[in-house]
Structure formats: structure tokens, C-alpha cells
Design a protein around this ligand. Structure first.
Ligand SMILES: [Mg+2]
Length: 390
């Protein structure tokens, strides 16, 4: 039996994490200098720029090697704490375990974490290991991961683009776009006006046949979301996303009660299937958005997708089309009818220059074609992985 011989997590070099990008931008990306509504906005010194209070932890790579030398590679976030959980806790306990037993190993890592919580940073660690194990399994079985999980369900994945360079999204051929909301409760009526103006301008630019969504990044309270939704109704937003503190589950219930006709999405800051079960069974949201690198990897997302599908709710993973991991999920899972592509690179820079892995697809006319190479088709060898190390 193939067993796990080695698990190693490490920090990924930041210049590699954002892709090779040699074409100069003809305009700086919207992210440069933009104010984005955020949960810290109530504290003046942290209001203007969320990079001031967010940790500088780098992306995390995780290499799992099996007893015959075969290997798989996963990626997650949040640097040293997640690296410590993998290298000092989960990893050593999994040595000698069956390398293809993704269900068993996911069950173990989430239970290893139970004394300090299986969500949050431990879920990032579980995700890194789980994605590496699925990559390994695909390479051992010589099949793309989307086949191993019962796909394909579609020939390609239709994407929407996220970010406030709406004109660039349209030029690239996307037919759906999501804005980052700049203001929250701390900006009062003036902020509400500015939010409405941003949405109105985007609607005018794209016309009636393009979907527009709004991301609120945990920044609001129920009262504010209700007022904002009333303002935006005439511009027909497809959904309002991630608006409340992710732990405020009663708040999401109140929001659903007060906005019965408004599309609501969220879940990128939920980490365990139980939270998604809570939301799905009460139909708090219309779209669930777990992140495959954060919420327990592919195994975690398949569990969430089963819960969502039973409730008739779509799963559109957070930034799923930015990684080969999310792309395989999106191609395979019947209830995942659209993918999100986060666009934070400069206007005019070809998307192909912004990817971490040479083997992954990028949206062309808003559609991603998924590699059918074994595993996640990352297109890197062990030397390439060694070069990613910080
Ligand atoms: Mg979001």
C-alpha cells in the first residue's frame, strides 16, 4: 500500500505568488489605493487601508511525498501559523498513513484540531494537506482530479470577474462582474451615496445584459445592508455578498427576513461544513462561497457542495477560478454553475501572466478550460516547487 512518507509546508515567495507578469500595465489595478469597506472601519486608525492591519504572512505551499516517491502539491495561506500546524502537528501524525485515503486523512486532521478548533487557521492547514493529497492521488491514478470526483459536469466553467476595473472585465469578455463596496456604516449617508454612485456607474457601463454583484467583505450590519439594498434595487444587483461579521449567524437570519427578494451570498469566511449546514438548512443565503484553499480543501468543499445541493443552493467557491484546485471543483460539481475569477492585476496585463502554475487555465472570453493532465495539472516539477520556496 502507498503510504505517506513526508509532509512539508513552506512559505511561497511573494514574487512567484502573483505570477510572471512582464507586460506593463496601461493602468494601475483598482486595488492600488482603493478604500474597501472592511470590518475595522469603526476604528479610525485602521479605516482607510486594510493592508495596515492584515498580517504580512505569505502564501503556504504543502508538498506531500508517498512511499514510492510520488508527490502532490497544495497551496493555502497565512504563513508561519499554518506552516506550524502542518509541520509540527498534523504532518508528523500522518506519516505512514495510506496516501490515497483522502476521506480518512481529512477526518483525522479536522479531529486533531478539535481541542483548538477545526475552523480558522487549522482549516487552512487541513486545506493545504488535502489539496496536496488529491494532486498526489490524481498523479498516481494518472487521471485529472475532476474525473476522480465524478466530473466533468460541463465542458468549461463560465466565470465572473471580481474587482472594480469594470471596463477591463468587459474588454476581457466577462459577462458578469462583481464590485468591491468602498464604504460601510462608518461613512454614513455620504458613503451610502458613493456606494450607490459606484453601482449606478457600473450598470450604465455594462448595460442590462451583464450581471453585477456587490462584495461587502464583512463590513456591515443588518441595518446598513437593508438600506444599501433598497438603494441598489433599481440597478438589479444579482447578489449582495459577505456583508456581515461571518460569526453573526443570527444577523444573516435577520437579513434574510428583512430582504426576502434580494440575492444574498457568503461563506468565504466560514471554515467547517457545520456552518454551511446551518446556513443551508435555514436558507440564509442563495449562494455559498467556501474557498477551496481555506475551508478544508477539496474534501471539505465536496462535503459543503453535498449539503448545498440537497438544499438546492448553488456553491460558487471564493476565487475558485484563480487556482487549478478550484477549477477542477468547478468543472466537476453539478451545482457549481459559475466560477469567480478575482482580478487584482494591472489593466492590460494578459491574465496568462498572472497565474501561479504554468498548467492552469485562465478565463478567455469569461470561460475557463480546465487541464486534463493528471492530478490538478499544475505543470510544475519538484525543481519548480523548490524555486517557489521563500
Ligand atoms: Mg467575496
Amino acid at each position: 500500500m502507498l503510504t505517506i512518507e513526508r509532509i512539508e509546508a513552506f512559505a511561497i515567495r511573494s514574487d512567484i505568488a502573483s505570477g510572471p507578469g512582464h507586460t506593463p500595465a496601461r493602468r494601475a489595478p483598482w486595488l492600488a489605493g482603493a478604500e474597501i469597506a472592511a470590518p475595522l472601519a469603526r476604528h479610525a486608525r485602521f479605516k482607510r487601508d486594510r493592508t495596515v492591519w492584515r498580517p504580512k504572512w505569505p502564501a503556504v505551499g504543502c508538498l506531500v511525498t508517498a512511499s514510492d516517491g510520488s508527490w502532490g502539491f497544495g497551496v493555502s495561506r497565512y504563513g508561519s501559523p499554518v506552516i506550524a500546524i502542518v509541520n509540527e502537528h498534523f504532518g508528523p501524525l500522518l506519516i505512514g498513513e495510506p496516501a490515497l485515503a483522502t476521506e480518512r486523512l481529512w477526518d483525522m486532521t479536522t479531529r486533531f484540531a478539535s481541542p483548538y478548533g477545526a475552523g480558522g487557521l487549522s482549516a487552512y492547514a487541513t486545506s493545504a494537506i488535502d489539496l496536496a493529497l488529491w494532486d498526489l492521488k490524481g498523479k498516481v491514478l494518472k487521471r485529472p482530479v475532476y474525473e476522480l470526483i465524478g466530473g466533468p459536469s460541463r465542458s468549461h466553467v463560465e466565470c465572473y470577474a471580481t474587482g472594480n476595473d469594470t471596463d477591463w472585465h468587459m474588454e476581457l469578455g466577462f459577462r458578469a462582474t462583481k464590485l468591491a463596496c468602498p464604504h460601510g456604516p462608518a461613512d454614513g449617508l455620504e458613503g451610502l451615496d458613493a456606494n450607490e454612485a459606484l453601482f449606478a456607474k457600473a450598470r450604465e457601463l455594462v448595460g442590462p445584459q451583464v450581471e453585477i454583484m456587490l462584495d461587502c467583505w464583512m463590513s456591515m450590519d443588518v441595518e446598513y445592508v437593508v438600506r444599501l439594498a433598497q438603494r441598489l434595487a433599481r440597478y438589479e444587483p444579482r447578489w449582495i455578498e459577505d456583508s456581515l461579521n461571518p460569526d453573526d449567524l443570527d444577523g444573516f437570519e435577520a437579513l434574510r427576513r428583512r430582504l426576502p427578494g434580494v440575492g444574498l451570498a457568503g461563506g468565504e469566511h466560514w471554515y467547517v461544513p457545520q456552518t454551511f449546514l446551518h446556513a443551508a438548512s435555514r436558507r440564509l443565503l442563495d449562494v455559498l462561497q467556501p474557498d477551496i484553499g481555506w475551508a478544508g480543501g477539496l474534501t471539505g468543499l465536496l462535503r459543503i457542495a453535498a449539503i448545498a445541493d440537497a438544499a438546492g443552493i448553488a456553491v460558487i467557491p471564493h476565487a475558485g477560478m484563480n487556482t487549478p484546485y478550484g477549477q477542477h471543483f468547478g468543472l466537476a460539481v453539478p451545482g457549481s454553475h459559475m466560477g469567480e475569477f478575482f482580478l487584482g492585476s494591472g489593466v492590460g496585463v494578459p491574465l496568462d501572466e498572472t497565474k501561479l502554475f504554468p498548467g492552469q487555465g485562465v478565463p478567455v472570453d469569461g470561460k475557463v478550460t480546465v487541464s486534463d493532465a493528471p492530478g490538478f495539472g499544475l505543470g510544475v516539477d519538484l525543481d519548480g516547487i523548490a524555486r517557489m520556496k521563500a
